[in-house]
Design a protein around this ligand. Structure first.
Ligand code: SAH
Length: 244
């Protein structure tokens, strides 16, 4: 009896090894496939359009954008365009994420605030470059989903909360940089107040359908504003769903 069991068990060993081999090579091929797509995205969409900051480029190579999109969009995750996520929201086009990130001139010691977590992709890019990222999302379903994803991906320096980002995150202020990825019609005063001395903020501002990216810098307590380029972002909403 014992001999029969032993022989059955040992006949499973080659099969197990074959399955293990197929699984490992498939995973390896899949990782290589996505890494190649990321490299192409960085070269053709980001570097080719003038983004030079090495830390920003490296972050785009590191973060697996396909993990942040809906399953139906995995095959086009590295495309040169925004993509829909749930709640009628979007994950921004890679180049816009890169442009806004570079404009913040981030340092490795920086603490950053993001308004509009969405898919979580922008915050993951920031987390590769800076010390810590605080991100706020108004839709509970998106906020909860992203928290789980960050735990799965092992991000320990991203802190998420569900709430109205118009008000900022007072407990953790001031921030060395603030990035807003939804568009209000005016620059929220609480965000200006929560910007550290020498800090930078980038925000899309305007009335539908015309919005502009505005870069702000706080120097000796005074804020200097510069309008950079026309953009199209989803609106910033309050807790009742009304546009700011
Ligand atoms: N940074 C995101 C882009 C998401 S789109 C990404 O990388 O995927 C902008 C997000 O802002 C949406 O998810 C929207 O729900 C959210 N949003 C809108 N108004 C908000 C508010 N007042 N506070 C926080 N988030 C808000």
């Amino acid at each position: 009896m014992k001999r029969v069991i032993l022989s059955v068990k040992s006949s499973w060993v080659p099969l197990f090894l074959i399955i293990l081999f197929i699984t490992v090579t498939t995973l390896f091929a899949q990782n290589k496939y996505f890494a190649d797509l990321r490299l192409r995205m960085v070269k053709t969409q980001i570097e080719a359009r003038g983004i030079k900051n090495e830390n920003v480029l490296q972050a785009f190579l590191n973060v697996e954008r396909h993990r942040f999109v809906l399953p139906a969009y995995i095959s086009v995750a590295y495309k040169d365009s925004p993509l829909p996520i749930t709640e009628g929201q979007t994950i921004s086009q890679p180049y816009i994420v890169a442009f806004m990130t570079e404009a913040l001139e981030l340092k490795p010691t920086d603490k950053v605030l993001e308004i509009g977590t969405g898919s979580g992709y922008q915050a993951a890019i920031l987390a590769e470059i800076c010390d810590s990222v605080f991100t706020i999302e108004i839709f509970e379903s998106l906020g909860k989903k992203v928290k789980l994803l960050y735990a799965e991906l092992g991000y320990k320096n991203i802190f998420c909360k569900v709430g109205d980002g118009y008000k900022g995150w007072t407990e953790h202020a001031p921030f060395d940089a603030i990035i807003v990825t939804c568009s209000p019609t005016h620059i929220p005063e609480p965000l200006k107040n929560q910007l550290a001395e020498g800090g930078r903020m980038i925000i899309p501002v305007g009335k539908d359908p015309i919005q502009y990216l505005v870069l702000l810098e706080k120097k000796r307590g005074k804020i200097r504003e510069e309008t950079i380029l026309p953009v199209r972002f989803v609106p910033m909403l309050d807790e009742e769903g009304k546009k700011y």
